[in-house]
Each structure stands twice: as structure tokens, then as C-alpha cells.
Design a protein around this ligand. Structure first.
Ligand code: KG4
Ligand code: ZN
Length: 343
């Protein structure tokens, strides 16, 4: 099976061709190209949707051509065309899905409408056998959820953020400290320069609440108040480190609760970390340690597969073909809001 995937839901234009060979359950990347728009959005301190759409419009066509050329593949060999159709920014979703629909029509092959979050979660299975059900902590720029993945197409949200997503909290913290977008890698770098902590004593919202929900907006308010006074570089590093430690402590607390509960209730043996924030080394290490302590297998994709990419979209397409969910209507519309519970 060979699937061409397109990802245009936010600020990356990405195209990938992934193959699953006979008698091999894993996926092989035949070609992948991703163009980041970060430089274009950076000066605005966040994503400008109209600008994102224009960039996708300009770059998608040459990127698809280049990817097909890189894979050195005849179009006849491609079994399906998959595109992210939600959740995300409508303009980008329309551009990517219409392109995939056109390819599907022209080549008489199925079109697959893929949920972006499903792509983030399933990509872990591309290189590693992970049996369902498993727990997934999904941390991206728009979502923060603890889920039970029951099968490739059935997800139950156990808990989620009541306000900001974790990636958004990283981005806003960086902005308050006077840095650009995306904030996650910047905060991670600043934090790595500092040794001591527990100076600012940041709040840890909902850490002891008896559920799996998160809240990060209060934390942001505290950081805003601290950042009202001028901070030198050393204090910025200290604040970045304390922010990173604070949110990690919350993640660990909720994850351990979920592991304990679902090990007993559902016999789960695996814990998957996914989404852009999952590329954070500190969070990866701490969760790895937590899983070891609780005797569950910890799985996190390589960093390049954590942040937005079309490999995960093509792979989600392959998982669908394997399960005989073979096509979607060319009349289907993108869904800027699309919960994993509504697949
Ligand atoms: O999954 P993703 O690439 O896009 C969405 O689906 O939203 O996640 C993007 C988010 C951004 O908020 C970015 O700041 C965050 O992931 N991020 C990180 C790191 N790299 C990206 N957050 C913390 N540490 C990182 N190293
Ligand atoms: Zn994403």
C-alpha cells in the first residue's frame, strides 16, 4: 500500500509518500518534504490565518511535484490520496484537501479525509508495534488531552484542557518574555541554561483535582505579572525553567493517575506521548521515567514526527486502508473543529 499525504492545517506545508509492504506491518517513508512558514509569521508573534492560506497555495503544488519526484514513483502505484481535513485553519484545510481530491479524481484513486489529531496519535505505530488499547497524552498547539485509544478509529477523551492548550502556553510564555514564535523550542533552550529553580513559585492549576483535566491560563497570568517588571536574561532562563518544570509536574501527576486507573481497569500496557510539545526533551525524559516506574511501555515518536508533518497523515491513511475504510466522498467538507470522539 502506498499513500500520498498532505498536511496544511496550520503553518507547515507538508507532503509525504509512505509505503507499507506486504508481510510488513510498519511504514516506510518513500519521500517527505515540509516547508515551514515560521519566518513569515514570526514578526506577527503568532499565526496569521490569511497569510498561512496564501503560503500553502503558493507552495503546495511544487512541493507535491518534488515529493513524487523524490520518491521516484509512478503515480499509478499510489493507492490513495490523504489530506488533513480538520481540525485546523479553514483556509489551509481547503487548499490541502482540494488538492488531494483533485489528485484522487484525476488518478481514479480514493480520497481519504484524515483527522490531524488521529495522525499525531497513530504515527507512533508506523515504526513500532503498539497494541490497542493504549493511553495517549496528546500535547499540541491547539489541543491538550489524555485519551484512551481503543482502536485506530475510536478514541475516548479522558481529560483535556479547560482553557489554553499546552503548546499555546509555551508560545504565550515565550512572547511574554519577548521572544518569537513558536515558543516551545525557545523556552526549552532558555530552561536548559539554568540550574536552580523554585524562585518564582508558579501555581500548578488543577494538579490535585480529582479528574484528568488541565488548565494553563492561570499560569499564564502569573507569568504575565512576573514579566511586567523587566527581567534580565538570567531571570528569563530561570522563569522558563520553572515554567517547564511546573507544567511537567502537572503532566506527570495526571499521567500517573491515568496509568494507575487504566492498568487496573483496561489492562493497558503502553503509554504514547504525541503532538508538537512531545518533542520537548525534558518532558520526554520525565514521562519515560514515570512509565518505567509504573511498568508501562513509554512510546514517543522521533521529534520530526511529533511536530506537524504529512508522514503522519499518509500513515493514518494506511491504517484506514488496512481496516477497509477505503474512501471519503469528494463532496466532504473540511472541519475546522473535529473531535476525535466524532470520527
Ligand atoms: O503539533 P504541533 O506541531 O501543531 C499543532 O497541531 O498545534 O504543535 C505545535 C506546538 C507549538 O505550540 C510549539 O510551541 C510546540 O508545539 N512545541 C514545543 C516544542 N516544539 C514545538 N513545545 C515545547 N517544547 C518543544 N521543544
Ligand atoms: Zn499538530
Amino acid at each position: 500500500m502506498i499513500v500520498l499525504g498532505i498536511e496544511t492545517s496550520c503553518d507547515e506545508t507538508s507532503v509525504a509518500i509512505v509505503q507499507q509492504k506486504k508481510n510488513d506491518e510498519f511504514g516506510h517513508i518513500l519521500a517527505e518534504n515540509t516547508l515551514s512558514q515560521i519566518k513569515k509569521h514570526n514578526k506577527f508573534g503568532g499565526i496569521v490565518p490569511e497569510l498561512a492560506s496564501r503560503e500553502h497555495e503558493n507552495t503546495l503544488n511544487p512541493l507535491v511535484k518534488k515529493t513524487i519526484k523524490d520518491a521516484n514513483i509512478n503515480l499509478k502505484k499510489i493507492d490513495a490520496y490523504a489530506a488533513t481535513t480538520g481540525p485546523g485553519l479553514l483556509g489551509g484545510l481547503l487548499i490541502g484537501s482540494n488538492y488531494a481530491k483533485a489528485l484522487s479524481l484525476a488518478n481514479n484513486k480514493p480520497f481519504l479525509a484524515v483527522n490531524h489529531l488521529q495522525g499525531h496519535i497513530l504515527v507512533s505505530r508506523m515504526k513500532k508495534k503498539i497494541n490497542f488499547p493504549f493511553i495517549c497524552l496528546l500535547l499540541s498547539g491547539g489541543h491538550t488531552q489524555i485519551l484512551m485509544a481503543k482502536d485506530y478509529n475510536r478514541f475516548e477523551i479522558i481529560g483535556e484542557t479547560l482553557d489554553d492548550a499546552l503548546g499555546e502556553a509555551f508560545d504565550k510564555t515565550a512572547k511574554l518574555l519577548g521572544y518569537g514564535y513558536p515558543g516551545g523550542p525557545i523556552i526549552e533552550k532558555l530552561a536548559s541554561k539554568e540550574k536552580s529553580s523554585n524562585f518564582f513559585k508558579l501555581p500548578k492549576p488543577l494538579i490535585n483535582s480529582n479528574n484528568f483535566n488541565f488548565s494553563f491560563s492561570g499560569l499564564k497570568t502569573s507569568i504575565r505579572k512576573i514579566a511586567e517588571k523587566p527581567l534580565n536574561k538570567s531571570l528569563k532562563c530561570r522563569l522558563a525553567k520553572e515554567f517547564q518544570e511546573c507544567i511537567t509536574e502537572i503532566l506527570l501527576m495526571k499521567s500517573e493517575k491515568a496509568i494507575n486507573l487504566f492498568k487496573k481497569k483496561k489492562n493497558i500496557t503502553s503509554f504514547v506521548l504525541a503532538g508538537g510539545v512531545a518533542s520537548n526533551k525534558f518532558i520526554r525524559e520525565k514521562l519515560n521515567f514515570l512509565c518505567k516506574k509504573n511498568s508501562v511501555e513509554f512510546i514517543v515518536p522521533e521529534k520530526k514526527l511529533c511536530v506537524d508533518n504529512a508522514i503522519m497523515i499518509a500513515w493514518a491513511g494506511i491504517e484506514r486502508l488496512k481496516n477497509k475504510r477505503n474512501s471519503d466522498s469528494l463532496n466532504s467538507n473540511p472541519m475546522p473543529r473535529w473531535s476525535l470522539e466524532d470520527l
